[in-house]
Design a binder for this molecule. Structure first.
Ligand SMILES: Cc1cc2nc3c(=O)[nH]c(=O)nc-3n(C[C@H](O)[C@H](O)[C@H](O)COP(=O)(O)OP(=O)(O)OC[C@H]3O[C@@H](n4cnc5c(N)ncnc54)[C@H](O)[C@@H]3O)c2cc1C
Length: 309
């Protein structure tokens, strides 16, 4: 993986840079490309603007690695309200949460209780909760959390990262349960002991994991694959696999991030493909934004251009 990617990912966890960047005008302006605003109202507005194209959404409030229990409570209350507001809006919008936002790094049982509250509300509101996958030390606790919740409801799904060697085994262990899985390449800085260092290996594993989850024996009640990538050749190869193997439409959706590959998002929607766009909002956007820059270092030039007006 490139040096620039590693530098940007290392910078994403630097509190000094975070404090300065979030107060800098040109950085704030360049973030708006990927984020419709800091408030839930901004995200709901963006979701309703995508609706006429047939694009459905997932809403996520930025934030991670909380350090206080009362912050986890605030996040939980916020998402409970979001589930109510989505129901009132009539939008087809799900939510996606980071376990460390619900308190995973502070107290595991607190995090379980908070997730229980969200899935109970999702049941009431006929909605769905996605669990994001964070850095590799969180994979085991996140999978435990997910399995525990999946035993209670099918209204929950989990993200798994193709860059991790272990993911193939994790997928295999989840297939018998009939699970909603979002396959992503992976956004964190991981050492070669746990993750493929070469992008071509990550891409090959991505295809392998998705085709495994699209296979006939993986299609169980509750199972759905989110093909969450902006890698168009890879998504097109998977679309070809889907056609050739007569995979039913109910077995998968494409998923992309707000503001990335907008033209391709419109193309998928025009072609009648099911596409969900994940919309992020919130004040704590610095680490998330640095990960977006790291995914495409050319974005750094966009920031520089914004700096000069
Ligand atoms: C719906 C969704 C949910 C996600 N959830 C998680 C999660 O829970 N955990 C996690 O670790 N990661 C998550 N990610 C991020 C993911 O891991 C990747 O970091 C990200 O999607 C970039 O990889 P890619 O698959 O698009 O392929 P890449 O090979 O990185 O990119 C393919 C092409 O897409 C375009 N592109 C990609 N990223 C950008 C960008 N930031 N700006 C502009 N163009 C870009 C470029 O043209 C690039 O050449 C999620 C991604 C999506 C779409």
């Amino acid at each position: 993986m490139s040096l620039m990617r590693n530098v940007l990912l290392a910078a994403s966890t630097n509190p000094w840079l975070r404090d300065r960047a979030t107060k800098t005008g040109f950085v704030r302006r360049s973030v708006s490309r990927f984020m419709p605003g800091e408030q839930i109202d901004d995200a709901l507005r963006a979701a309703s603007e995508l609706k006429p194209q047939g694009i459905t959404t997932i809403l996520t409030k930025l934030g991670e690695n909380l350090t206080r229990v009362d912050e986890a409570e605030q996040v939980t209350l916020h998402y409970l309200d979001v589930l109510d507001r989505i129901a009132a809006s009539g939008l087809d919008a799900q939510i996606s949460v980071k376990p460390t936002q619900l308190g995973l790094g502070l107290d595991r049982s607190l995090c379980e209780r908070n997730l229980d509250r969200l899935i109970a509300r999702a049941e009431q509101r006929n909605n769905f909760v996605w669990v994001d996958m964070e850095g590799s030390p969180y994979v085991d606790p996140t999978l435990d959390l997910f399995r525990r919740s999946r035993a209670k409801t099918a209204r929950i799904g989990i993200a798994l990262q193709a860059y991790l060697y272990r993911t193939e085994k994790d997928v295999e262990s989840l297939v018998p349960l009939g699970v909603a899985i979002r396959i992503v390449k992976g956004a964190y800085l991981e050492p070669p002991e746990v993750a493929f260092p070469k992008k071509s290996d990550v891409d090959a594993n991505y295809y392998k994991l998705c085709t495994r989850l699209l296979a006939a024996d993986a299609r169980k009640p509750g199972a759905i694959l989110h093909i969450a990538t902006h890698d168009i050749p890879l998504a097109d190869r998977l679309a070809t696999y889907i056609t050739q193997n007569h995979v039913p439409e109910s077995a998968y959706e494409f998923a992309m991030l707000y503001g990335i590959q907008r033209g391709q998002q419109a193309r998928l929607a025009r072609d009648g493909k099911r596409l969900r766009v994940l919309i992020s909002y919130g004040e704590y956007w610095f680490p998330w934004y640095m990960r977006r820059l790291a995914e495409r270092p050319a974005n750094v030039w966009f920031v520089v251009r914004t700096m000069f007006g």
